[in-house]
Design a protein around this ligand. Structure first.
Ligand SMILES: [Zn+2]
Length: 186
């Protein structure tokens, strides 16, 4: 009897917690991450993060309120009206850097090996970039607010080619290109 009672009480507690926390936890997860918006002050891209904790807390109270946690134009423009939040409210996932970058790679092939890049594996084999001067880099080296500019000037490459190119650059003495592969390219 006692076991059954514990079981029922546990079920009720879990059910109540789920009902109470589902929205704020979901909101917290949704509002995390860096976003690039068009700053209403100068119409230029700016990188912002939303205060996800505040969004979750206010969502739990039934009236979600967004506020910025950081902006690439702060501290110079700190105290602005945070008008860009309207863009985040209407398209919260669209302005996420990760969404934009994934979309950019979706229909691209690696500029070095030609492999289709498709869906991005952010966990282990995230795709990279090749600058006009040939240097390869990762998205972690790019300022989010420069994202659209970089997309216009840099080429999409796969993770394997980035690793190979980095190694080639750092240790040219250790790299010997496959002569047969070169013959085939001729
Ligand atoms: Zn490649």
């Amino acid at each position: 009897m006692t076991t059954l009672l514990y079981f029922v009480v546990t079920l009720v507690v879990v059910g109540v917690l789920y009902a109470l926390l589902r929205r704020p936890v979901g909101e917290y997860v949704r509002m995390r991450g860096t976003r690039v918006i068009s700053c209403p002050d100068n119409q230029q891209p700016a990188a912002v993060t939303v205060d996800a904790g505040h969004a979750a807390f206010t969502a739990a109270g039934g009236h979600e309120h967004l506020r910025l946690d950081s902006c690439s134009r702060w501290p110079e423009k700190a105290g602005c009206g945070q008008e860009c939040l309207k863009q985040i409210e209407t398209q919260p996932m669209d302005c996420l850097v990760r969404t934009q970058v994934s979309r950019w790679y979706a229909d691209k092939a690696c500029a070095i090996c030609g492999k289709a890049l498709g869906a991005v594996d952010w966990a282990s084999h995230k795709p990279a970039l090749r600058a006009p001067d040939g240097r390869t880099m990762e998205w972690g080296d790019v300022k989010p607010e420069a994202m659209f500019q970089v997309m216009g000037t840099h080429a999409a490459i796969c993770w394997d080619c980035h690793v190979a190119e980095t190694f080639r650059r750092q240790r040219p003495d250790l790299v010997l290109d496959n002569p047969f592969a070169r013959q085939n390219q001729r």
